[in-house]
Design a protein around this ligand. Structure first.
Ligand code: 5GP
Ligand code: ZN
Length: 149
């Protein structure tokens, strides 16, 4: 993992948020962005990230706006792929498994009869465009406008 400066200059998630590097974005508004995880552990594994660079939950006061996006994306994934369940996880600190030090929430669909595996196929991302389209189709744009204007 590369060093990440306090203001996020070198932070990969900041760069995705600013479109400096490609990300498979499925939602963006003025304060948040949601994109597919580069190493998905199930189909539709998505990260929800604030545009503001904060390291973890301890610096996240006032960021409750993220919740609406987490709910929205979860509902869209449910409609798109009908998983048996969805896990929302968020790691803080290396000891808790945090690898990317820009706050993010994992939305991980769980499918019947399949285990979530850390080594789930990276080839999944070869279908990323299709996955994106399928989830984005299910986003209710009107509802998003109500939330974000
Ligand atoms: P953490 O362990 O910090 O909770 O999760 C970090 C997540 O970020 C991992 O699931 C990892 O696959 C994902 N990740 C790491 N680098 C990139 C990247 O460049 N792009 C995307 N989309 N995800 C990344
Ligand atoms: Zn950042």
């Amino acid at each position: 993992m590369s060093d990440q400066s306090e203001d996020g200059d070198e932070c990969i998630f900041c760069q995705i948020a600013k479109d400096k590097i490609d990300g498979y974005k499925l939602h963006e508004d003025d304060k948040t962005v949601a994109f597919l995880d580069l190493n998905p552990i199930s189909k539709g594994h998505t990260l929800v990230v604030p545009k503001e660079h904060v390291k973890d939950i301890h610096d996240a006061k006032g960021m409750s706006y993220m919740w609406d996006v987490i709910v929205k994306v979860s509902n869209s994934i449910k409609e798109a792929y009908n998983p048996a369940g969805i896990k929302i996880t968020q790691n803080n600190g290396e000891a808790a498994g945090q690898e990317m030090f820009h706050l993010h929430f994992h939305i991980t669909p769980v499918y019947d009869g399949t285990e979530i595996e850390e080594n789930y196929s990276r080839e999944e991302l070869e279908q990323a465009e299709e996955v994106l389209e399928k989830i984005k189709e299910k986003m209710d744009e009107e509802e998003m406008e109500e939330i974000y204007g």
